[in-house]
Design a protein around this ligand. Sequence first.
Ligand SMILES: [Ca+2]
Ligand SMILES: [Ca+2]
Ligand SMILES: [Ca+2]
Length: 720
Amino acid sequence: MNKLLWLVASSLTLAGCGGGGGGGSSGSNAVSESPVISVASDFETTEYNAQYGLGKIKASDIYADGYSGSGVIVGVIDSGVDIDHPDLVNNIASGGCDYVDGSSSCSDTDASPSSQGTFMSHGTHVAGIIAGMKNNTGMHGVAYNAKILPLRAGNSAGSITYTAVDSSIDRAISKGAKVINASFGGSSIPNTTAQKWLLAHNNDIVTVHAAGNNGGSNPILGAQLPYHNGYTALSSTLIAVVATNSSNTIASYSNRCGIAKNWCMAAPGDNIYSTVAVNDSNYSGNYGTMSGTSMADPHVSGAIAVLRSKWPSKSASQVVSILYDTATDIGATGIDVIYGRGLLNLDNALYAQGTLSISLASGNSYSLDGSVLHMASNLSGLLNNSLSMTIFDKYQRDYSYDLNQIILPQSELTLSDELSYKNSASTADMNGLILEVNAADDAFKIQTKLNNMNVRLGQNTNFDQLLSSADDNIQGLSEQYSLSKNEYLSSVKFAKSIGVSKSGVALGVSSGYTDRSQEHSVKGVNLSISPVNHKNLSLTMQLSHLEEEDTFLSNYFSGAYKTGQAKTNIISLVAKSKLANKVDFIYQHAQGVTQVDSVQNSVVENISSLKSQSYSATLVKKDSYIKDDMIFASIKQPLQITQGNMTFNMAQGLNSDDSVIFEDKQVSLSSKALKNEMTLGYSAKYTQNGQLVMLVNRVNKFDAISQSENQFMIKINQKF
Ligand SMILES: [Ca+2]
Ligand SMILES: [Ca+2]
Ligand SMILES: [Ca+2]
């Protein structure tokens, strides 16, 4: 028989040692758990606050998430547990055993402490810290819905028998315990017992060992076992626990983590209030206060029970890693020889750790960070869908994520952006060769006549601008004020283009990019025919074809959402009619059909044929006050997808065997009439080189949040 002390501090010592403090919770990713019905403060009851350790390890958050150890059995190898204690009675598992009063084959199944002694209540106190009932009485345990398997291996005088410990470990394995609490130890361990701890490890059990109360720089042997040859495997499932006080500082009597720092952590152990044996004459009432690493240890055991109830498919070593990863770093920065991994933090353990990933049915995965829906304004219909998917952290724990969180609206050119661009260009006419240069953007346009055919070349221009002619009022308005431009063609930006026109027929080809950073290429071809070109009515029809490399209608989906080539056929009509002297009405309508290829290894399984359109109506009055001035009013519907949907094949939770559930989810991309824009303006050339522009612009949005934006602008352009 080995004579060992239970690891309860003999006297209450308020730690006076310095250091500690600092730290703060580690920067976990801000992905929250699935929506919770209750909030943490609901669980911070009088009963919760009666045991200050619960607050120190931030237990209330995981309770609010719905987990408190249900279904998990915790083996408590100790001096017995008062199994009839009113605050424990409902949380005692069947199958406990008394190896002190009974035989190794468990002839005595009542593991209650049988006689008075200094350590009569030790095991009952430990059991209360783990799984004291939540019943508005006294206090409650960290895992108040877990079950205690009481395994009595020591007596009330403080003697423990290692053969009883061995039988207890065997029994904990056979009864399905997921964690074993070992608030005992000494300077030697029989080889048979050390082998039993390995057996527990091989049976996917977390074993939690008190560091000891010698105030030393290393834990006692049981807690430092992984340090020794033949037992290194234990470092992934064996946790050594040092005791902190109510100031989160190491208790003076607590051994430090020392050589065990990599599998060691801190938990409150000083002055802990918990259940005591009802018949223990050392205490009046059913509760009492004890200090020691024996009391710190069950905080960690309870925490393991809660995590294993939340993620039952995770292995012992995974759950231990989660606790290590999410502990609050106290003391010296990082893993240190006093606090090891840091202070137990159950709240933090809830949060996703490491790189978050999106799983694909193909088995591939992408990082969440690299997977974004860069959305052009024409896709605003996507915002009307609410869709959540399951993403995974480094432990393959599942978290719910809303699709709207990965939609990133692309920055759009504002009206004032466009005006400032247009107005910084300078034009020169050299014997019929017209050169327009915008030095700021390294852009130029050349226009000339060859054999009665207009020829235009452009670099870094928008396709629609190349196709326009300077003497055309319609296109002039388009260029100057974006009022009736073809929005499909203007998506070809920073383009190299060539266009020829003769007798009302124009043909242009262009190669450019859909984005400002010139990463996503697009090619376009356009045929314009003007069958009617009278003084009072002109009609122009355009047939265009666009091919985008990895975007569709300028929408770029990256990473897990990537899409393939998109081909769009567009038909547009521009009608200009003279309503009265110097008053013109211009109507523009463009309609497109887009086919988007899907690619392998993408969450986007399919995109249906997409219909889109834009239109505008503009009224222009010229020469109202001075020659060549213009008053204009316009209403337009910017390019919008009006019909179509997208099918995502996305993760929707886990099966009980940890395999990912995939489901097809279809979302509508239609955003018909979600936005319109009204513009009222006046422009006048007050000198040959000077121009005044006044604009009032109003954008109405009718999506999830109805809102309007107003813009008022006065601009004076003076060329020298
Ligand atoms: Ca008994
Ligand atoms: Ca209680
Ligand atoms: Ca530290």
